[in-house]
Design a protein. Structure first.
Length: 263
């Protein structure tokens, strides 16, 4: 059965630049590093606070390589059974269960109802440690996925992947519906716009911070400037926010708000 929301995977152009960004900006720690020999792709798992991201660096990328967030991953203790169950309930088959390219564990891929690539992982190796302390980053707040078909997304992530609902809200000014679901520590945000969505299906990742002004000042000293725009203060318990972009254009939301689990 599914037992954990594990990470988002980001394909990167320059591994050193991406590592420097996440380590210097947010105190990320490498918890696993390997290579996929067949495709000459570096694989690095980073832990930020208590959450994880995976950096995938193709050393010889194809001309049509997609950079940025490419998938979200869940851990299972029975890959074959969960893969069959999801496909039986309508998930699109992408990659059937097989040994992972690194040789560590097994994996499969399906597509969620809105086209997001979802990885299923089964392995014995524990990669995540206790939450990493940072002076201004309190927690990994959430991973965000666009859900034009919100009902189908709720059924997929809730009924089929076993995530529990934390809260649902609607931003009156825009009609944007935001669902927060979780597997213990890890939270998934489903974003539904009534007029449909334009842009990446993986919208962003978000960190909960204790002192936004201090973090933004520290990022400025590193040459990282927050994205100009209107803070999303309509979100649950959010008093202020900012966004920065990693070297491959992935948006990182910085949210000054209470723990979603306590909302």
């Amino acid at each position: 059965m599914i037992k954990e929301l594990n990470h988002v995977g980001i394909v990167v152009r320059d591994l050193d630049a991406s590592l420097a960004f996440y380590q210097r900006a947010f105190g990320a720690v490498i918890v696993f590093q390997s290579i996929i020999p067949a495709s000459q792709t570096d694989v690095v798992y980073l832990q930020i606070a208590g959450g994880m991201i995976e950096l995938l660096h193709p050393r010889n990328p194809s001309p049509d390589e997609s950079f940025g967030i490419t998938h979200i991953a869940f851990m299972t203790d029975d890959l074959d059974a969960d893969y069959r169950r999801l496909v039986t309930h309508g998930a699109t088959e992408l990659v059937a269960p097989r040994v992972a390219g690194t040789g560590v564990g097994r994996l499969a891929f399906v597509s969620d109802p809105n086209g997001a690539r979802v990885e299923l992982l089964q392995r014995d190796l524990a990669m995540r440690s206790e939450p990493i302390e940072h002076p201004h980053v309190a927690a990994f707040d959430h991973y965000s996925v666009i859900a034009d078909d919100l009902r189908a997304a709720r059924a997929f992530y809730g009924d089929q992947l076993g995530m529990a609902t934390l809260t649902t809200e609607t931003v009156a000014a825009t009609g944007l519906t935001i669902d927060y679901l979780h597997w213990d520590y890890d939270v998934l945000e489903l974003l539904h716009r009534p007029t449909g969505s334009i842009g990446p299906i993986f919208a962003h990742v978000a960190l909960r911070v204790t002192d936004l002004d201090a973090l933004v000042a520290g990022l400025a000293e590193l040459g990282i400037r927050p994205h100009a725009g209107t803070p999303m203060t309509a979100m649950t318990g959010c008093s202020s926010s900012a966004s920065v972009f990693d070297p491959d254009g992935v948006r990182i939301e910085l949210l000054d708000r209470a723990d979603l689990h306590a909302a």
